[in-house]
Design a protein around this ligand. Structure first.
Ligand SMILES: NC(=O)c1ccc[n+]([C@@H]2O[C@H](COP(=O)([O-])OP(=O)(O)OC[C@H]3O[C@@H](n4cnc5c(N)ncnc54)[C@H](OP(=O)(O)O)[C@@H]3O)[C@@H](O)[C@H]2O)c1
Length: 231
């Protein structure tokens, strides 16, 4: 990343939780940020109002191929140093045999298919040596799946990781940095009220990892300390 011009990041899924704090931290460090949301107003708009010229808000329902194509068209001509796909859902803690088919489909499309569609759609906007990152989770680690629970969510993040590896293999020659990030267990709507971390504790560490990894080609699955997470 060049130190002589503004670095520009696009963050997908920034209305609240980790994505909102990620946008705030990038702006605080001098990045120009484009952040997507699927609602108007709220804390993201307040952050944009407090960051004139630094934060632009775009609308995106990530599972809509039409909305993704429209966003890609609006971004034509931009260059991005970082694309970070943060958005994901979970739908509770059912054993897989109790998961309705439409719930399985919704979670897999949102957490595994859509992030890769975003990455593929926007990759040509990413500068040579830029970074393509997706928020994964330790829960997506097959090696670390030794405690029960959250079977669908875990499967969706494992699928995300596998698809990102396929993408990274297919695009190995592009030289870009590709990251799957485990942010730790955070108190958000998704992480629940009993999680040990706040977003303000974990996200600065995540941005440290993004900045430290910038320019290093290839795919890594890293936690917020920059340590590899086993696949
Ligand atoms: N919290 C944790 O402990 C934890 C741990 C490991 C990994 N993660 C990962 O970190 C990321 C952020 O999680 P979080 O805890 O911040 O969750 P969160 O508070 O529930 O926020 C989720 C964000 O994703 C957006 N989103 C969901 N579905 C979307 C869609 N179809 N299109 C566009 N945006 C969508 C939400 O937008 P709306 O406001 O419009 O719903 C919201 O901005 C996720 O990838 C999650 O899997 C979280």
């Amino acid at each position: 990343m060049s130190a002589t011009r503004d670095r520009h990041a696009l963050v997908v899924g920034a209305s609240r939780g980790l994505g909102l704090v990620l946008v705030g931290e990038l702006v605080r460090r001098g990045w120009r940020v484009t952040a997507t949301t699927r609602r108007s107003g709220g804390e993201l708009q307040a952050l944009a109002d407090a960051s004139p010229g630094r934060l632009t808000i775009e609308s995106l329902e990530m599972t809509s191929t039409e909305q993704l194509a429209a966003l890609r068209a609006r971004l034509t001509g931009r260059t991005l140093d970082l694309v970070f796909v943060n958005a994901a859902i979970d739908r509770g803690d059912l054993p897989i045999s109790d998961v309705p088919t439409d719930m399985f489909t919704e979670v897999m499309i949102t957490n595994a298919l859509s992030p890769l569609r975003v990455v593929e759609s926007l990759r040509d906007l990413v500068v040579p040596g830029g970074t393509v990152a997706v928020m994964s989770s330790e829960q997506g680690s097959i090696a670390r799946n030794v405690e029960g629970g959250f079977e669908l969510y875990k499967a969706s993040k494992a699928a995300l990781n596998q698809l990102m590896r396929s993408y990274a293999t297919r695009c190995a020659e592009d030289g870009r940095t590709k990251l799957l990030i485990d942010p730790g267990h955070n108190r958000t709507q998704l992480g629940g009220p009993d999680a040990p971390l706040t977003a303000w504790e974990s996200i600065p560490a995540v941005v440290d990892v993004l900045e430290a990894q910038a320019g290093a080609p290839g795919l890594r699955f890293l936690d917020r300390h920059g340590e590899p997470v086993p696949w």
